[in-house]
Design a protein around this ligand. Structure first.
Ligand SMILES: NC(=O)c1ccc[n+]([C@@H]2O[C@H](COP(=O)([O-])OP(=O)(O)OC[C@H]3O[C@@H](n4cnc5c(N)ncnc54)[C@H](O)[C@@H]3O)[C@@H](O)[C@H]2O)c1
Ligand SMILES: CC(C)[C@H](C(=O)O)[C@@H](O)C(=O)O
Ligand SMILES: [Mg+2]
Length: 360
């Protein structure tokens, strides 16, 4: 039976990195007879330019109909000054996450041993690093109402957002995290700001409740400011971290750097049934877009996660991950993970090398 994969290249380096991931998907599709049908649609700035909307109706319909989605990245300075804030590339991405109910965001930060020297942290601090950040993706301050910019008395403008989670939203992301911890090293750290924010007082209470159902998982709590510090001080103390939308956004970029580069961190965004969208954690990198130097590995590794979690093709996923490890063994590096003695390659040369390793 065929399976539909919707590819959303997006903006900036998005099309460049997705091109390489698509070639990898096509290769495993043939090798493992996966029956994948790949289709592409517009999202973000590219969609604004073509249709006036960051998430055109056709794209949303195709996303809903697909078995899985692979996204590059959206956004860029070209669209940052559109006065109507609802017409921003990022709204396209947020719209898909929310419309498809993709609340469970898995961001694994794994250090490939070959990259121990590419990390900005000392090799002994990061070697063997393997942590999973579970980020709530469809609630919290990103989506809370009311929000906006309004005028107070005296004509003073104020911006406002609402940080809100109900207990059901907390419980369902908590379950994702406890289950993930159970399948790993059975340690879960819930990150909050319960010393200041009531919404996270409730978050902590629900996590403690859930812990009773998972006696095999050791639950701890940490304030987000400390968590940011601990991630760069001693990241290997963590196994699974669970947190809300905004804290997860910030902590996952910090965790990405532990792996050598933000260009290495893949992600999965899943609904209740395991359907998902897969994307690198990084953005559209306008500073390097069009130069052919972006690292495509986070996107290629996101495609592997897609095969494993949504397309029942774990063997193909394993093969892609092994191919990535093999190109690193061959000392091939894009600029972001370059270090002395290595061979610098372009985006497409990195794609070529992964394909060659896949077929070897
Ligand atoms: N999921 C997404 O689509 C997503 C995520 C984050 C940011 N954004 C958007 O991207 C735009 C730029 O945001 P930003 O600059 O804050 O973050 P960014 O992640 O795009 O870039 C941060 C830095 O990391 C580098 N970088 C990122 N990905 C890389 C890769 N694959 N290879 C090599 N280097 C890479 C960039 O060159 C830049 O120096 C904004 O419009 C933002 O809203 C989109
Ligand atoms: C582009 C933006 C909306 C997005 C987010 O904040 O979730 C990005 O930073 C991410 O990490 O996926
Ligand atoms: Mg982010």
């Amino acid at each position: 039976m065929s399976k539909q994969v919707l590819i959303l290249p997006g903006d900036g380096i998005g099309p460049e990195i997705v091109r390489e991931a698509r070639r990898v998907l096509e290769a495993v599709n043939t090798r493992y007879s996966l029956g994948l049908e790949l289709d592409e649609a517009l999202v973000g700035g590219a969609a604004i330019d073509a249709t006036g909307k960051p998430l055109p109706d056709e794209t949303l319909a195709a996303a809903k109909a697909a078995d899985a989605i692979l996204l590059g990245a959206v956004g860029g300075p070209k669209w940052d000054t559109i006065p109507d804030f609802s017409i921003r590339p990022e709204k396209g991405l947020l719209g898909i996450r929310s419309s498809l109910g993709l609340f469970g965001n898995l961001r694994p930060a794994i250090l490939y041993p070959q990259l121990a020297h590419a990390s900005s942290l000392k090799p002994e601090v990061v070697s063997g690093l393997d942590i999973l950040i579970v980020r709530e993706l469809t609630g919290g301050i990103y989506f809370g109402q009311p929000r906006g910019i309004r005028e107070k008395e005296g004509g003073i403008r104020e911006g406002f957002n609402t940080y809100v989670y109900d207990e059901n939203e907390i419980r369902r992301i908590g379950r994702v995290a406890f289950e993930a911890a159970r399948a790993r090293n059975k340690r879960l750290c819930s990150v909050d700001k319960a010393n200041v924010l009531e919404v996270t007082v409730l978050w902590r209470e629900i996590m403690n409740d859930l812990a009773k159902e998972y006696p095999d998982v050791e639950l701890s709590h940490m304030y987000v400011d400390n968590a940011a510090m601990q991630l760069v001080r001693a990241p290997k103390q963590f196994d699974v971290m669970v947190t809300g939308n905004m804290f997860g956004d910030i902590l996952s970029d910090a965790a990405a750097m532990l792996t050598g580069s933000i260009g290495m961190l893949p992600s999965a965004s899943l609904d209740e049934s395991g359907k998902g969208m897969y994307e690198p954690c990084h953005g559209s990198a306008p500073d390097i877009a069009g130069q052919g130097i972006a690292n495509p590995l986070a996107t290629i590794l996101s495609a592997a996660m897609m095969l494993r979690y949504s397309l029942d093709a774990g063997d193909a996923a394993d093969r892609i991950e092994a191919a990535v490890s093999s190109v690193l063994d061959q000392n091939l590096r894009t600029a972001d993970i370059m270090s002395s003695g290595m061979t610098r390659v372009s985006t497409s040369e990195m794609g070529d090398a992964v394909l060659a390793a896949l077929n070897a």
